[in-house]
Design a protein around this ligand. Structure first.
Ligand code: SF4
Length: 459
């Protein structure tokens, strides 16, 4: 009983003095109850821990958010985290809240500027910008910007065509330009070039060359005593069946026989027995399209005037493989317009020779030889077949290794050979790592240059 009374007294004492007891922790928030508060003390429950009584206790959360923003800027989820921050800080009437709110749009603006890099994950390695129109905001003049690295690619292909794996393609000796009889008159040579072009569609250069050789020697003379061979007069006089038999190996020879006979009539009646001197005139002939017209116009054995690019299947296919047109062009005519909009005019003739040869020898329609192609080996072609490129690089390093071994053997003896072999193997490994960073077409906006995210990804 005595103990019970003492306990009751003690309990009363603590009840009366409990409001004067200092809070267990002297934090900034706990001291807030001593500050002027126009709401009075209604929000503070006396007798409770002050941190429990004050509704807003977000200091720790805010710090955590800032840490995430600074340490992990590449995470897309940071945007979501920032939104959470806004919600929590709205209940906290401090200077810090104002600062967070005003910074929020800036952060979003940054995100939007590099939105492609966040939401679409910016691709690693070299990014190719395709040909694109740029409108001057002040003058409204539209110009076409060429693909970002076209010149480097062009020069490499030229090197391959002159001295590399694409040298000596069929087009170099059996292209339509080469099939005219060099001893014939200029008018006849022009006619030869036109006939060769008409026969060439859907036909290999070798087959075309063979058919042209037969026409040049076996086309019967139009009159007794006249010379046989490919002349306009002989073409006019020949029986369609005979002509068809002479060109029977080329694709669509029945149609081509018909077109050749009709063309000969038109040339005689409308163009003074010569070929038309304009693109419009040439394309008015049966079976002659823009590609043939431009090639005929620019050929040395044609009119020798470059008025457009001769875009055949190789030029159309390869430029799209490279991503020079985005979106990819659907027809050779689209490709021609796209290329003519930015390619310097002095290359309009050459590009056909370059790409037809490349398409015939290295960048084949089926079974591309990317392991031998400089564009693939140097990571410049977005369509390169990675396995073949890797094999090509290894092969190249093996060759270098052999060269080094032979040289060192001559100079120093066997000990040096071993050392050099090790060095070369290391190089192969490095090259393999680089290989993963191929070219991709740019599809997204560039992030701001000062962005730490950009720096991280490009490094
Ligand atoms: S790398 Fe391959 S796809 Fe590209 S141009 Fe060369 S052969 Fe063609």
């Amino acid at each position: 009983m005595r103990t019970s009374r003492v306990a009751k007294d003690a309990s009363k004492y603590f009840d009366t003095t409990s409001t004067a007891v200092a809070p267990r922790r002297s934090t900034r928030a706990s001291l807030a109850r001593f500050a002027y508060n126009n709401k009075g003390d209604t929000e503070v429950t006396l007798g409770s821990d002050i941190e429990d009584a004050v509704k807003t206790t977000v200091t720790r959360k805010r710090k955590r958010t800032e840490t995430v923003t600074q340490l992990a800027p590449r995470r897309v989820s940071t945007r979501g985290t920032r939104k959470t921050t806004t919600t929590t800080t709205t209940t906290m009437k401090t200077d810090v809240e104002t600062q967070v709110k005003t910074e929020e749009p800036t952060s979003d603006a940054d995100d939007n500027a590099g939105s492609g890099s966040e939401t679409k994950s910016r691709p690693r390695g070299r990014v190719r910008k395709p040909a694109r129109k740029i409108t001057d905001a002040t003058t409204g003049v539209v110009t076409v910007e060429p693909p970002s690295d076209w010149e480097e690619m062009y020069d490499l292909v030229k090197e391959m065509r002159l001295t590399g794996p694409a040298a000596n393609a069929a087009v170099d000796t059996m292209g339509c330009e080469r099939l005219a009889d060099p001893t014939a008159s200029p008018r006849e040579r022009r006619f030869h070039t036109l006939v060769a072009l008409m026969l060439s569609s859907q036909t290999k250069d070798t087959v075309n060359a063979e058919a042209m050789a037969r026409l040049r020697t076996e086309l019967p003379p139009h009159a007794p005593g006249a010379r046989p061979g490919l002349t306009l007069e002989n073409m006019l006089a020949v029986e369609p069946a005979v002509l068809n038999s002479l060109i029977c190996k080329v694709g669509f020879h029945n149609n081509k026989t018909k077109y050749l006979k009709q063309t000969a009539e038109i040339l005689k009646s409308k163009f003074n027995s010569d070929i038309p001197p304009t693109i419009e005139g040439l394309t008015s002939l049966p079976g002659v399209g823009p590609k043939m017209a431009h090639l005929c116009m620019s050929a040395t054995n044609g009119w020798g005037r470059v008025e457009g690019i001769g875009v055949d299947v190789h030029v159309h296919r390869i430029t799209n493989l490279w991503g020079w047109q985005s979106p990819p062009s659907k027809t050779p005519e689209e490709t021609r317009h796209a290329l003519e909009s930015w390619l310097p005019r002095d290359r309009w003739k050459e590009i056909n020779w370059l790409l037809v040869g490349l398409g015939q020898s290295v960048c084949l329609p089926v079974g591309r030889r990317c392991g031998e192609c400089e564009l693939g080996l140097r990571g410049l072609c977005k369509s390169a077949e990675r396995g073949k490129v890797l094999e090509g690089k290894k092969r190249r390093m093996e060759l270098k290794k052999e060269e080094v071994v032979v040289t060192k053997k001559e100079e120093d003896g066997d000990e040096h050979i071993k050392i050099k072999k090790e060095e070369v193997v290391d190089e192969v490994e490095v090259e393999e790592k680089k290989e993963t960073d191929g070219v991709v077409n740019e599809m997204v906006a560039e992030a701001p240059s000062g962005s730490p995210r950009v720096k991280e990804e490009e490094s």
